[in-house]
Design a protein around this ligand. Structure first.
Ligand SMILES: NC(=O)c1ccc[n+]([C@@H]2O[C@H](COP(=O)([O-])OP(=O)(O)OC[C@H]3O[C@@H](n4cnc5c(N)ncnc54)[C@H](OP(=O)(O)O)[C@@H]3O)[C@@H](O)[C@H]2O)c1
Length: 248
């Protein structure tokens, strides 16, 4: 049961793991957690001050010194990702894991009212960037013995819901991208899976449910057993799965 998984202290030792959206919410907690279990984290995100705070947390806790990649996924191009991948190979020689976590919610509204710009931005940040980044990172991932790529899905990426328009469509696309990659790389030393965090106490959740009492929700820390399970070698045979952190 991945939700009850207990990771060995050295689970992620010698692993290099890239986390997108590492400055806040679930991504920040994942970065701190991966570092606590021995990983060297590459913190990618939009707001440098937030990334620096996570960097300091990791160093203060005695973790491996992280790297920071300030990047706004909205404007990033394939060339940006290729340059980033080359820098990772030059600096670390390989990449053992990617957590595609950064996402934009957009506004909840009737489908007919979704502005074109918002549709484009949400798809760019949630889907296109993860696709182009994954393409660019495959050579670095193939240099690791057993690399794990984890995409972040959502309940509305498995069953559509009124007013969740672009975000829901982007999460269906994420599930689809994961399945295509998992099938393509089966038995080739690279695995691809999705995590659905479920309702979690973060800024994104608060913006979707402003009237909700956040204290009733799981925290990002509560979800970490599943993140550790998929990132470490205990999940070597798990490929093409979508795992719920809070199964009903
Ligand atoms: N929280 C939930 O209840 C819940 C439920 C289901 C799925 N999820 C999924 O879980 C993941 C994490 O969500 P969260 O709740 O932790 O959200 P969050 O607290 O809003 O954090 C999102 C992160 O993504 C980054 N990001 C957003 N736009 C970006 C861009 N253009 N370029 C680079 N980074 C960008 C943000 O950076 P800045 O802070 O610098 O803007 C932030 O670090 C998302 O994929 C979300 O869809 C969350």
């Amino acid at each position: 049961m991945p939700t009850k998984y207990q990771a060995a202290e050295e689970l992620l030792e010698n692993k290099i793991i890239l986390i997108t959206g590492a400055g806040d919410g679930i991504g920040a907690e994942a970065a701190r957690t991966f570092a606590r279990f021995g990983a060297t984290c590459i913190l990618l995100g939009k707001t440098v001050s937030k990334l620096e705070k996570v960097y300091d947390d990791i160093v203060e806790a005695g973790g491996q010194q992280p790297a920071i990649i300030p990047l706004d996924l909205k404007g990033a191009t394939a060339k940006n990702y290729q340059d980033m991948a080359q820098t990772i190979i030059d600096q670390f020689g390989k990449l053992d894991g990617v957590l595609h976590n950064a996402s934009m919610l957009g506004h909840l509204s009737a489908f007919s009212d979704i502005p074109e710009t918002e549709w484009m931005d949400v798809m760019q940040i949630n889907v296109n960037s993860a696709a182009l980044m994954t393409q660019a990172l495959i050579p670095a991932l193939r240099k690791a013995q057993h690399a794990s790529v984890v995409f972040t899905s959502s309940g509305v990426g498995k069953k559509g819901r009124a007013f969740w328009g672009t975000y829901a469509v982007s999460k269906f696309a994420t599930e689809g991208m994961m399945q295509v990659l998992a099938s393509e790389f089966e038995n080739r030393g690279l695995r691809f899976n999705c995590i659905n965090p479920g309702a979690t106490r973060t800024k994104m959740r608060a913006s979707a449910y402003p009237a909700e009492d956040p204290m009733t929700l799981k925290t990002p820390a509560d979800l970490m057993p599943v993140y550790l399970y998929l990132m470490g070698d205990d999940s070597l045979n798990v490929n093409g799965q979508s795992i719920d952190c809070q199964p009903k």
